[in-house]
Design a protein around this ligand. Structure first.
Ligand code: NAD
Length: 429
């Protein structure tokens, strides 16, 4: 009887018709998120169209959609054609490369569509501001698909901090070191005008730094371009989704975009941050995420690996098993995440990367459609997405100015020495 009722509820869920714009690697990954959502009791999205300037990429994604979702979406190469041919589409999921976000998002918002967009929200702060203005003018949902914070382990970390498990936070250390001189997923991630790896990947860390401890006040640091040339090792990229493209990249590309950044951070709440994002490092790779507080410390395992968090207290006390939940009484995953990950109080999990990735992306889709249907704001609004980009560029602008840079002045574009040539390239200034 219970099962019957659940089935009826599932079938009665309204499905919001959407289109995916951008059918490259992340478009393919997003499709697995839709498939995971479809298999759950929270299937509130229907993919009706896909669009890519590269028609082959769009056709291929439509074929994959037929396999994974059971229906083939319509295929377009131009957003304007999609909008006029499929008027039932009310929202789009933008998974185009970072340098195109401001153009694609503004076109969609002006066409009256709600927008979910992959991080980074835009290539510069001026790009972000254009998108925010368009969303405001259109009165549409703007949701940034920032996935790392949605990992249940990061949700638990945040609850532990909020619930005072380590006392007053004093220091957060976020470290990502590795990368060597290989092409990072795609060549565009090494060009200043299309989205450097420091922006494209660093924005995840910039979001986590602020998700854990709140808004950053200022950053003092600098960014670098260490590896002038990057080499193709034909990597299939995260989850293996890029293999069909990476074999066609040139053997060597010349990089124009920074690949490392080092910063000292001041939080609004008085805490300090140390951030290293070094994607040109040779030798020993290293990742670390640590928070030190007035009562103890929290060591986080990174993203999407499901390994447990660890709490440390004076006298050698360590908590790294299910007991950790006692230190985070407010921790509850939202129902869709709880079903996908198997519990509303997940403290560890073990799925293959692609499965974990799909579950997290499914929660993004669910929230996006729910916001459209219930006229509510998403968790990662345009403003939140912009704040993460402001932290990345605060470091870059600080390096040129030789002084700490507040995120407020970066957001207001009161400084732009680092970003100006990008903005000129896109005629944003
Ligand atoms: N959240 C994550 O973990 C994660 C991981 C990888 C990528 N991403 C993000 O996803 C986005 C896409 O990255 P990717 O690795 O898939 O890039 P990609 O180069 O593999 O794919 C981009 C696709 O967009 C298409 N495109 C470009 N401009 C377009 C336009 N105006 N209209 C229609 N199609 C257009 C391209 O032809 C290409 O097929 C980026 O913002 C990236 O930062 C996020």
């Amino acid at each position: 009887m219970l099962l019957c009722l659940e089935k009826i509820e599932e079938d009665s869920l309204e499905r919001t018709p959407i289109a995916i714009i951008g059918c490259g690697g992340m478009g393919r990954r997003h499709l697995t998120g839709l498939a995971a959502l479809q298999r759950s009791d929270f299937n509130n999205v229907e993919l009706v169209a896909v669009c890519d300037l590269n028609t082959q990429n769009a056709e291929d994604l439509a074929d994959e959609a037929r396999q994974q979702l059971g229906a083939r979406p319509r295929v377009f190469s131009q957003i304007s054609d999609l909008v006029s041919a499929v008027p039932q589409v009310v929202g789009v999921d933008v998974t185009t490369d970072a340098g195109s976000h401001h153009k694609v998002a503004v076109e969609c918002l002006q066409a009256g569509l709600h927008v979910q967009i992959e991080k980074p929200l835009a290539i510069t702060l001026r790009g972000c501001n254009r998108i925010l203005e368009a969303a405001r003018a259109a009165g549409k949902v703007l949701s940034v698909a920032e996935n790392y914070r949605r990992d249940p382990i990061n949700r638990l970390a945040r609850a532990l901090i909020d619930d005072g498990a380590i006392g007053t936070p004093q220091l957060m250390i976020e470290t990502s070191i590795g990368g060597g001189n290989q092409i990072a997923i795609t060549p565009w991630r090494h060009q200043k005008f299309t989205g450097t790896i420091t922006l494209d990947a660093g924005v995840h860390n910039a979001d986590i730094l602020q998700y854990y401890l709140g808004d950053v006040e200022s950053a003092f640091g600098r960014s670098h371009l260490f590896e002038k040339y990057r080499y193709n090792n034909a990597s299939a990229g995260p989850g293996g989704f890029y293999a069909k493209w990476s074999s066609q990249y040139p053997d060597r590309i010349e990089a124009t975009g920074d690949d490392a950044m080092f910063a000292y951070i001041r939080y609004k709440n008085g805490a300090t941050g140390q951030w290293i994002y070094h994607h040109a490092a040779h030798g020993q790779a290293r990742r670390a995420r640590e928070v030190y507080g007035s009562k103890g410390s929290l060591i986080a395992p990174g993203d999407r690996n499901g390994r447990p968090l660890k709490l440390y207290f004076d006298g050698g006390k360590e908590i790294s098993d299910g007991q950790i939940l006692e230190y985070a009484p407010s921790y509850r995953l939202q129902p869709v995440a709880a079903q996908l990950f198997g519990s509303e109080c997940v403290w560890t999990y073990s799925f293959p990367f692609t499965e974990t990735d799909a579950k997290i992306l499914a929660t993004e889709y669910y929230e996006f459609a729910d916001c459209i249907q219930n006229q509510r704001q998403p968790e990662v609004t345009g403003e939140v997405g912009r704040r993460a980009i402001a932290l990345v560029y605060a470091v870059c602008e600080s390096g040129l100015a030789g002084r700490p840079m507040t995120l407020d002045e970066v957001e207001a574009v009161a400084v732009d020495a680092y970003q100006r040539d990008i903005d000129e390239h896109y005629k944003l200034v």
